[in-house]
Design a protein around this ligand. Structure first.
Ligand code: ADP
Ligand code: ZN
Length: 704
């Protein structure tokens, strides 16, 4: 048979594998050794086909099969091929997310070697006698058992083997199916039980649309139990590495830690290989991790859960540029596993699929124990006279003070980037935009501390204007505030308050996150000040105030998903407060009239989603139409981009497809250029992106 093998070597141009010949039957996913130029290298079988008769070139034979058991099973192999096709990337690039880096021989299952007494000859030496005595009482024992029980060395054992006293036996890897471990099933409320039943009984992917604090995690736990009962295993994806700690604690109550694997990219390579083997050998029943945990070598996969499915972190921004939700849907289909997407604010993608019936929907409309949702108030920052306390408004300061008096806790959300961003007119509420790129100017300060405007796209700089270019008002304001400034204001106003800071500077490992959570739970802190990505998913019972200092995160970036993003953030915010006792939420914003702000404050999730979905349909944006982005870097990025654009234009004309195409320098990557195409049905062979040196980004998330 003919095999397509992707080799461990890094040579360019063979990313989709080389053809080899084999006399033996070989399954997809099998690790092999093959000749490549003058050496023998490792490879993985990624394709099998019958030999064609009239093949001219002489096909080399594989050297040997490294292990009969494939490293990836059939469903995983099919998903890998789907990824290469859908995301327009090489098989090698896809393989890199499914397997740890080579050498792959370190992934092979270990064979178990045991020792057995064959003849009771007289032996010399105390140590050897001890071994014989020990083995007399049992059928066989491993080398380490012998050594720990007798104190003898491995050499003593080997010499007994040589003398014919002891026999060494290599046991085949146990084929016997491991039995599911015992668990502590959760006790669900009536609503949760109804949701879990419905999810379990529907074969489609399920969207669990449950408000914050409704106990989605309990439903996950219940479905994991149902999966175990069927002898199957589960994967749980969480959006942020730091949040894995949160989940582990919960799931350690469900299952013994020895049956759980926690995967994320910050773990050292050696540990990752060890975890990979533990999973592959079947010791693990629940894998928890960030997006790449989807590629864990789980056999008998019965359930994939994606928590907070709307999060942007599920998109990989490197090759292969996959989305974990789409990929999970494919894997679940091939593995005949259940897919469950949980969220309080479904992505428009999932919402539209639920509406169209492609996804099943289950709802949790009440918080656990009927805890009411918190009261939300909006503070219009445009009308506040701040003085030196910007961005703290008087109502927010009052609310914090009240928590301090009552011994309750506050959580304050910060923007991802804390520094000043746009220049805003407080009268017409519009931003000052660059005449060159039409994008909002960013406010910077020069060395002497004097502010100026900068257009990051074109590099154009401008002095701070005295009047608004739209309405001539002189009421202009630089929006934004840094973390340090906020900390120092808190220190001044509430000198005795204990403030914890949680951002990617102060938190670098899940252990630090665990410590921080512990401090909050044990009441060793009063105020948690954190960037959104870090404090979003927290479940802290004593928090009764949650506030966002500046809700306008999308303010300086033009993006068709900006409204959705702000809405998700604000809904997450309302989810942090009042989980166990009545709570309050404060949204500080310069755009109190914005749809996403008003709807979030009124907890009108469905209304927002319906409206946003209609808008996307009307404007022809994803998910109403498909979108592909081509990224060009290096020399002549713009020229190559424009040439590619012409090529696509011609292709679409030939096919009679109506497309919308835009191109621009990339805001976040100086020197890079990108082309965005909407409504184009891609066929990677036709586009020939490599010819233009372009990277293909299918269903892009970041597109500015
Ligand atoms: P969500 O993920 O939907 O925001 P959680 O799963 O974090 O909500 O649940 C909110 C809180 O309510 C948690 O502290 C959780 O322990 C508690 N809770 C929810 N359902 C149950 C249940 N059935 N039994 C015990 N506690 C529950
Ligand atoms: Zn104005």
């Amino acid at each position: 048979m003919r095999l397509k093998v992707v080799t461990a070597g890094k040579s360019r141009g063979i990313g989709d594998g080389l053809t080899y010949e084999s006399d033996d039957q070989v399954a997809m996913g099998t690790p092999v050794k093959v000749p490549l130029r003058r050496s023998i290298v490792e490879g993985i079988v990624l394709g099998i086909h019958e030999a064609k008769e009239a093949e001219e070139f002489d096909v080399k034979r594989i050297q040997n099969i490294l292990c009969e058991k494939p490293l990836l099973n059939e469903a995983q192999m099919k998903t890998l091929h789907w990824m290469a096709d859908y995301y327009c990337c090489s098989l090698r690039a896809c393989l890199s997310v499914w397997l740890p880096p080579p050498p792959w021989s370190k992934l092979l299952p270990r064979k178990k070697i045991v020792y057995q007494l064959v003849a009771e000859k007289a032996v010399h030496g105390k140590k050897q006698r001890a071994i014989v005595e020990f083995l007399k009482d049992r059928e066989r024992a491993s080398s380490s058992e012998v050594q720990t029980e007798t104190g003898a060395s491995g050499t003593a054992l080997k010499s007994l083997v040589k003398a014919g006293v002891v026999r060494e036996i290599t046991l085949p890897e146990s084929e016997e199916r491991q039995r599911p471990p015992s668990f502590n099933a959760p006790i669900l409320t009536h609503d949760q039980m109804t949701a879990a039943e419905a999810i379990w009984n529907d074969r489609r992917p399920s969207l669990l649309f449950g408000i914050t604090g409704s106990g989605k995690t309990e439903v996950y736990a219940d479905l994991i139990v149902r999966t175990l009962r069927r002898g199957k295993r589960a994967i749980l994806l969480v959006p942020e590495i730091l949040l894995t700690e949160n989940s582990i604690e919960r799931f350690e109550k469900l299952l013994d830690r020895s049956h759980i694997a926690v995967l994320h990219s910050r773990r050292p390579a050696g540990e990752r290989v060890r975890e990979w083997r533990r999973i592959h050998e079947g010791h693990v029943w629940l894998v928890i991790g960030s997006r790449s945990a989807l590629f864990a070598p789980v056999t008998d996969l019965g359930l994939v859960i994606i928590d907070e499915e709307h999060e942007w972190t599920y998109k990989n921004e490197q090759m292969p540029r996959y989305h974990a939700r789409e990929t999970a849907e494919t894997l679940a289909r091939f593995a005949e596993a259940k897919l469950l997407l949980g969220t309080a604010t479904p992505s428009i993608e999932s919402w539209s699929r639920a509406k169209e019936g492609r996804y099943h929907t289950a709802r949790l409309e009440k918080r656990y124990l009927d805890q009411p949702l918190p009261d939300v108030s909006i503070v219009d920052l445009g009308t506040v006279k701040f003085g030196s306390l910007y961005p703290f408004s008087p109502p927010l300061l009052e609310a914090i003070e009240e928590r301090l008096k009552r011994g309750e806790q506050s959580v304050l959300f910060l923007n991802r980037r804390g520094s000043a961003t746009a220049l805003l007119c407080l009268d017409c509420r519009r931003r000052v935009v660059s005449p060159v790129s039409q994008l909002p100017f960013t406010v910077h300060t020069d060395r002497s501390g004097k502010p100026f405007l900068m257009d990051h796209l074109s590099g154009v700089q401008a002095p701070l204007p005295e009047h608004c270019p739209h309405c001539s008002s002189s009421n202009l304001f630089a929006v934004g505030a840094g973390t340090q400034k906020i900390e120092s204001i808190l220190g001044k106003v509430f000198p005795s308050a204990r403030v914890l800071r949680a951002d990617s500077d102060t938190l670098t490992s899940p252990e630090q996150m665990r410590l921080l959570l512990k401090k909050m739970r044990e009441g060793q802190a009063d105020i948690l000040l954190g960037t959104q990505s870090v404090v979003k998913g927290l479940d802290l019972p004593n928090v009764t105030l949650a506030a966002v200092l500046l809700a306008d995160v999308g303010l300086s970036l033009p993006h068709f998903r900006a409204g959705e993003r702000v809405f998700q953030l604000l809904t997450q915010l309302t989810g942090r407060s009042g989980r166990a006792k009545p709570g309050q939420v404060i949204i500080q914003t310069f755009r109190p009239e914005a749809e996403e702000v008003k709807r979030a404050a009124r907890h009108e999730v469905e209304e927002f989603l319906d409206q946003e979905w209609k808008l996307r349909l009307h404007m022809q944006y994803p998910p109403a139409v498909s979108m592909i982005r081509f990224i060009l870097r290096g020399n002549n990025a713009r020229l190559r981009g424009e040439a590619l654009k012409l090529h696509i234009e011609e292709l679409s004309r030939k096919k009679g497809q109506e497309i919308v195409m835009t191109s621009s320098p990339m805001l976040m990557a100086p020197g890079a250029y990108h082309v965005l195409v909407r409504g184009f049905h891609k066929d990677s062979n036709e586009i020939q992106a490599e010819k233009y040196g372009a990277i293909v980004d299918v269903d892009p998330i970041e597109c500015f």
